[in-house]
Design a protein around this ligand. Sequence first.
Ligand code: NAD
Length: 339
Amino acid sequence: MIKVAINGYGTIGKRVADAVAAQPDMEVIGVSKTSVSAEAYIAKERGFPLYIADIEKRESFEKAGIPVAGDVEEMIKKADIVVDATPGGVGAKNRPIYELYKKKAIFQGGEDADVAEISFNAHANYKEAIGKQSARVVSCNTTGLVRVIHALDQAFGVEKVRAVMVRRGGDPNDIKRGPIDAIVLNPVTIPSHHGPDVRTVLPHINIVTLAMIVPTTFMHMHTVQADLKKETTRDAVLEVFRSHNRIGLVTKATKITSNAQLREYTQDLGRPRTDLWENGVFEDSVSVLDGKEFYCFQAIHQEADVIPENIDAIRALMGTVNDPDESIRMTNEALGFVA
Ligand code: NAD
């Protein structure tokens, strides 16, 4: 069993912890919090040993009825690998302690690419990550883009990509973010950082991205346009997407044409926390014009799509499964993906 510590039990960390606990070859040896919060109670409820960043706060946790297993350093010492899910920029500050104890570490997309030896996506570069000391799972938007671009590139070759990201204003629990009533160009300059971030995983791809933020909390919506190298058809592209185990086609028959309906759908499916781990590519939007011009809309659940990628990154760094398809299959099966 791979012993996994999750440093930072927030939006991403709590999902990674549940996903690790669901795997047959991994166990959660601890999660960490900085202060008493609802999530600290959840960690207790789940039975995850809770470690805290500042041990002087032990009393405030214990007064609140939350047992403390120790400080973060103790947690790191017990782990084979640490998933750092602290807020963007904190991961880089934590890196020295992982290095000190010679622990493998996985960072998140809020960190700069140079925080780790490799920027990771399971379908695109799992094999390159095998045995490495550290990896950065690219952000939710980048993960969504990489999945689609890599699949198209493998099947038809990609000449260039142009994509627009309509981003959620904040996560559902984030009471401090907005906008409440605006469409914010973010950034107003072109390109946005997402294109260069895609190139940290797929360096050969010519890509330009634009981004804006809107008042919604559940999912980003992408428009993706790609010029393909080989002529193809809409049906052939749909076939590629159908056979991809982290791209879900939102079919015409469901009549779903928005993030709101997709949320209802994941809720009705009984997905934990309404998580959509796959890219939600709208079947009706998939178009190929003049044989080589590809278009689609895709919904990307910001809190969820990176979770299975973290699980595969654990196996890759640990070197316990060398076949990417096998790791992806194990992860999907344990999480309960619906085909
Ligand atoms: P979050 O604020 O929800 O959670 C961060 C957690 O880390 C909190 O529980 C906080 O208490 C804890 N923490 C803060 N400082 C700490 C420290 N020094 N030591 C230990 N724990 C500490 O953040 P999040 O949204 O889960 O984001 C985490 C990372 O994942 C960021 O890099 C972010 O860019 C990336 N990411 C976030 C999303 C998203 O939609 N929220 C999507 C993809 C990637």
